[in-house]
Design a protein around this ligand. Structure first.
Ligand code: HEM
Length: 528
């Protein structure tokens, strides 16, 4: 009896110690540590909306978004005015906070401090002299993004990032990308045949965003790892399913222990991630072993070629790393490009005069050629202005994120190591002090004289592809795909806006038309 009593007491005291330990950990993680960091940032001169831990400013953000969507919905019933002045719709919380705290301030995503920046000069001061390898990516997003990107280029940091970037960069050279044009033409033509069939069967209204996202997904899968092989097709389908699963789990980022909030979806994403990894592994191993010839000019083929002959860094990517890069290209590359194209078609539907101008340019530069080569793409100048103007007004990547891997000094303030940064691209792209009073008008010609910055008063004010050493590696691929797909579309169809279109740009990882993008599509007559 005595023995059992002792055992009971021991179990009880162990449980009490365990509960106390867990409570301490929770209290430390949710309140003590963030409160200390908050005080430190305050001492360093950073101000912003007051947080309450453990949620930080999440509730304020949620409420601002809710208020905004209510006001959009009530306006929606009476009218559907399309305004390009979208900052307060896309980031209502930041627009509100800017009014009281300016263009640089601190806010809290749960227990994680974020430095908000919409001021190009501050960004310039902050980043001057900082090497690509000294920037991290916010750790708080890593858990959610791991199934998508693994340890691919988007996620790596420090010397590992340098190694990956060196090994991958050559695959994206214009000379290597040339071979991918035919893959893009093939997928775009398949989409256009479907549109022709739809229009011929009496359905002139097409959800452009859905169509283009699907085509761009096919293009990026073909250009990344090939989908002619059965396993490639399966990877493509599973990657898309994973995207849906992840999309539903991404809402509680920053809140401690958020991984336990939507466990079913997280588990599903993890399961799909494992299956995708296995399929990609087998594709890579088959190519390495020569079971399937590695003569495909896709990015994986180019990376494998680079791996065998590379002497530049003395290192190569492992099979595991190649798997992660294939996933990274897929997730980093298809929605962004698809959204740039989708927003373009909306703006061209509103501005038929620009449809005509681009068609004239296509006739002059491409003519009746079936193949579109690099020289023709470079000759499509006006199309380049239109692309830049879309990336400005509706940037598919509406923010750039970073994390300070070491203390950083800006003016007389120190940004402590570990601080996350949220650079608000939408705000800078719609700032009249940078672009002038016509900032919210669609004017592609602003890029005529200044093809890179469109006359923006500050060179860090236009960052559609990010900045510094970590700038988007896929931008040449995107430009090529954008021009090829748009050329083919404009050569076959004209567009006008559908009465059912509701203008609702929203931040859903990228900047999307949250209620779809229905347009009325009309085949061009011979000679048009
Ligand atoms: C309109 C299309 C695109 C936009 C707007 C875009 C935008 C961006 C932005 C803003 C960044 C972050 C840069 C930074 O932190 O400074 C980035 C990085 C990256 N993008 Fe893109 N991107 C596009 C297309 C693509 C494509 C087609 C691919 C690949 C096939 C791609 C792959 C990547 C990768 C791997 C990174 C990480 C680079 C690094 O950290 O070194 N992107 N992109």
């Amino acid at each position: 009896m005595e023995y059992f009593l002792q055992l009971y007491n021991l179990a009880l005291s162990t449980s009490i110690v365990f509960v106390l330990f867990i409570s301490w950990r929770v209290a430390f993680r949710c309140w003590i540590s963030p409160a200390r960091a908050y005080q430190k940032l305050k001492r360093n001169g950073f101000r912003g909306p007051s947080p309450t831990f453990p949620l930080g400013n999440l509730m304020d953000m949620k409420n601002a978004i809710k208020d905004e969507s209510c006001s959009v919905n009530s306006n929606d019933k009476s009218s559907n005015i399309i305004t390009h002045d979208i900052h307060s719709t896309v980031f209502p919380h930041f627009a509100r906070w800017q009014k009281s705290h300016g263009k640089v301030f601190m806010y809290w995503l749960g227990t994680e401090p974020f430095l908000y920046i919409a001021e190009p000069e501050f960004l310039k001061q902050m980043s001057s002299g900082v090497m690509g390898k000294s920037w991290g990516k916010p750790r708080v997003f890593k858990n959610d993004r791991e199934p998508m990107f693994g340890n691919g280029l988007v996620m790596t940091e420090g010397d590992e990032w340098v190694r990956h970037r060196h090994l991958i960069t050559p695959a994206f050279s214009p000379a290597n990308l040339k071979g991918m044009a035919s893959l893009m033409v093939e997928s775009a033509n398949k989409m256009l045949e479907k549109w022709t069939a739809l229009v011929n069967s009496g359905i002139p209204e097409i959800d452009i965003e859905r169509e283009i996202v699907s085509t761009a997904g096919e293009i990026i899968a073909k250009t990344s790892f090939g989908i002619n092989h059965e396993d490639g097709k399966k990877v493509f389908e599973k990657l898309r399913a994973m995207q849906v699963a992840l999309f539903k789990t991404n809402r509680f980022v920053g809140m401690p222990f958020n991984q336990f909030i939507a466990p079913r979806k997280s588990m599903e994403a993890k399961r799909l991630g494992k299956e995708i990894d296995e399929l990609l592994m087998s594709i890579i191993n088959d190519r390495k072993a020569g079971v399937v010839a590695n003569n495909q000019k896709d990015l994986l083929g180019l990376l494998l070629e680079g791996n065998s002959g590379n002497g530049r860094t003395g290192k190569s990517l492992t099979t595991r790393e190649l798997v992660d890069e294939c996933k990274t290209f897929f997730f980093g590359g298809h929605e962004t490009t698809a959204l740039a194209l989708s927003w373009t078609l909306l703006l061209l539907a509103i501005h038929p005069e620009w449809q005509d101008q681009l068609r004239d340019e296509i006739k002059q530069v491409v003519g009746d050629n079936k193949e579109i080569d690099a020289t023709m793409l470079a000759g499509l100048k006006k199309m380049g202005w239109v692309m830049n103007e879309i990336l400005r007004l509706y940037s598919p990547a509406p923010n750039v994120q970073r994390q300070a891997l070491e203390d950083m000094k800006v003016y007389d303030m120190v940004i402590p190591k570990g601080t996350n940064m949220w650079i608000d691209v939408v705000s800078m792209n719609h700032d009249p002090t940078l672009w002038g009073e016509d900032v919210n008008q669609f004017k592609p010609e602003r890029f005529q004289e200044d093809a890179l910055f469109g006359g923006c008063k500050h060179k860090m004010g236009f960052l559609p592809f990010g900045f510094g050493g970590r700038m988007c590696i896929g931008r040449n691929l995107t430009m090529m795909e954008y021009k090829i797909v748009l050329t083919l579309i404009l050569s076959k169809f004209s567009f006008s806006i559908s009465p059912s279109y509701r203008h609702s740009p929203s931040f859903l990882l990228s900047l999307r038309p949250s209620q779809g993008l229905p347009l009325l599509v009309k085949p061009l007559l011979e000679g048009q």
